[in-house]
Each structure stands twice: as structure tokens, then as C-alpha cells.
Design a protein around this ligand. Sequence first.
Ligand code: 4AD
Ligand code: MG
Length: 432
Amino acid sequence: MIFQPIKQLLSEEYVGRRVCLRGWIYRRSVVGGKAFVRVRDSTGIIQVVVDESNLGEELVKTLKDIGLEASVEACGKLVKQPKAPTGFEVIADYFNIVGTSRDFPIKGGEGVEYLLDNRHLVLRSPRYTAIWKIKHTVLEAGREWFNKNGWWEVTPPILTASACEGGATLFPVQYFDKVAYLSQSAQLYLEVMIFSLEKVWSLTPSFRAEQSRTRRHLAEYWHLEAEAAWYDMNDMMKVAEELVAHIVSRVLEERRSELEQLGRNIESLKKAVETPYPRIKYDEAIEILQKKGLNIQWGADLGADEERVLTQEFDKPFFVTHFPKEIKSFYMKLDPGNPRVVLGFDLLAPEGYGEIIGGSQREDDYSKLVQRIIESGYKVEDYKWYLDLRRYGSVVHSGFGLGVERVLMWIAGLEHIRDATPFPRFRGRIYP
Ligand code: 4AD
Ligand code: MG
């Protein structure tokens, strides 16, 4: 028996021929001596008809009682069937139950916590299959962009000794007889690597001990980061927008049917393929928000609500730049023309999604960086190695980090970041 992917069978080519397939029972109904079994595999869904006059009463009876998600294999003639959900069906002459299933616990209509407890089974739903395929293409396109444009992939550590993005979200871990932390960002290590490789990127898990459960924060997420010597903030913003445009265009090319399956508005996504993306300064962002009636003052950070309101002004991703230094990290270079703000940028996705990338030009002056480390409440000795990069051949350099699940959320049109990763980690849960 040669089993074919179900997707291949959904075509005129095999009509009238005997085909074999295997997968899991997605839905089934039994009507007057016939079982209509919808089988899914990783590629699609097809209806298989099991007729008792052909394959026996016993089998049809078993199929009537069997639970969803039993694994099966079947062979038979492929016919066109406009009434079947995917337009074709297989009239079985052979049908075998490989692994039975009884009372599959997901029936529809269950609550959030119950579904999270059963995540290992919920993940079989075709909706998630579509999401993971889009994520695959997002990752592949990201790698492809860097590799085609002369960037080196490097492998930074996950166990780290010092904070990159502030002590509040650090996860401590026992490291022999010391305390270490899970990495929040590869940035500081990428900065080391640019002094030899010049243009580097990495894809790693990043960890944030976020105290609140929100729709866009995970405690563990995939982080695609870039860092380059000789690049100023503008050079790096161009990298960020070209990368995102490439990812979107690849997904539109290769994952169109998955986007449609998820009900994504393709036309609005297409706008993100065209670069450059608009740029506004933090000052303008505050003005826009105040004009729209929000109670926000210069100096305040932009939260999810503020970002959502800003995204109404744009129909494609856009940059917000030059934030007050107090709300950004110690390593961002102060704007020489206005040292109250940093040469930092966020890239916000439209349609309410908000921040998908955070980046900046880095402080490359030794004494200014020492001052920023002290102001931020860190110990200078913890960052001796990082400061050394400014003592031996310092250069202008910049970088950014892209949150893979944030990008996927936007591209796939998801409501919640938990749907952008198979095993979400957030406060209060580490199961399964
Ligand atoms: O803006 P962030 O904190 O910037 C950094 O970590 C820099 N060190 C990156 C760099 O310059 N190399 O994080 C970067 C991106 C955010 O824009 C967001 O997309 C994502 O990481 N991110 C999260 N995604 C999911 N859950 C969280 N808790 C996230 N925190 C940040
Ligand atoms: Mg940020």
C-alpha cells in the first residue's frame, strides 16, 4: 500500500483511481448502514465512505461508537463529491483502525483552563496546524533574509550572568553554587560578535518573568535578533523593515490557503510588503494620543492601549522612534542633538497589534555607558566585559530583536499570543 498525502487526493488527477490514505478521524457520522468518516492528516481532510454492504456491519458499528482522533488507514476509489466538505471522497474497499480512541476529551465548547490542561490534544485541531505552518514559513523567511544578505548566524547562550532588559523580568536559575538568569535577549552577546563578524543574527528562546497575563506577553518566546557594526539607527531600521516585508511576502506566497483557513484579511496584510514603513517620533505619538483624547503625558511609556490607538493611524507597520531615555534600556545611545531621548525604535504592526520589534543604536562611548549603567541601578562590575567593547576599538553599531510570536499573531490575525506557540509559558502555568 502506498499512502498518499490527503492534499494530493483533492484533485481531478486521481478521480476514478484507487488510492490509499492514513490519518486521524476528525468527524464522522453514520447514516443507514454507511459511515462517513472525515480523516485528517498533516496536509488536509477528506471524507471516506464505509458501506456495510461492502465492508461488513461490524466495522460500521465500531465506527459508530469510536471516539474522534482514532488513527486509521483506508483505500478505495476516489470520486468527486460536491457534498463532501473538501469536494472529494474515497469509497473504501479497505479500512483499518490502527489506534483506537475512546471518548476524546475535546468536544467543543470547553473553557480556557480545561483546554490548556488538554493542550497536548487540542493541538490536533486543523486551526493550529495552519498556524504552525505559517510559523514555519515566518522562521524560514527570516533565516533566508539574513543569509541572503550577508549576515552570520551565531549561537549565544541562554544561561546568563546579567540583565539585558531590566531586573524585574529576570528568571533566576540555580547555577551550581551561584544564581544565574535565563536570557532575556541575546543582544549583549551579539554585540561581542560584531567585532569579528560585523553583521550577526541569532534565533533563540528569550525569557521574561512577566507578572501579568496579557494577550501579548509570554514568559518564553522565540527571539530573532540582529546586530551590526558600522550601522546607525537608520541603517538598522531599514534592515528591520526589509526583513518584515520579506517575511510577509513569503507567507503570502506560500501560506495563502492557511491564511484563508484562519480567515485572515489578505488585502490588509499585502500592504506590509511595500517599504519603506512610516516613521514617527515619540513626541508625535504623544501628540496624536492626546488629540485623540488619551490622558498621557510626555515621559510615559506606551502600553498596549496606547499602541492600539496609534495603529489606527496607519495601514502598514510603522516605526516610533526617539523615546525618553527613562523608559528605555541603559544601552541605547542618547540622541546627541537632544540627550533626553534615545536613538531607539519600535516597529508596531497595524490593526491593533502594536510592538513586534524593539531596537536601537547602542551607546558606544565608554564613559557615557558607565553613567547609564549606574543611573539604571546596575553594578558596573557586572558589565565589565560589555564595557570593554567600548575600550578596544569601539564602533557605531545598532541592532534589534523581533518577537516571533508577536509577528505570527499579527500575520495570522490571532487574538491571543498563546495561540502563536504550541506550549505557552506564562505566570501560573507550566503544563504540559
Ligand atoms: O523590546 P525588547 O525588550 O528588546 C530587546 O530585548 C532588545 N535587547 C532586542 C535587541 O535589540 N536585540 O524585546 C524585543 C521584542 C519585542 O519587540 C517583542 O516583539 C518581543 O521581543 N517580546 C516579547 N514577545 C512575547 N512575550 C514577551 N514577554 C515579550 N517581550 C518582548
Ligand atoms: Mg520593547
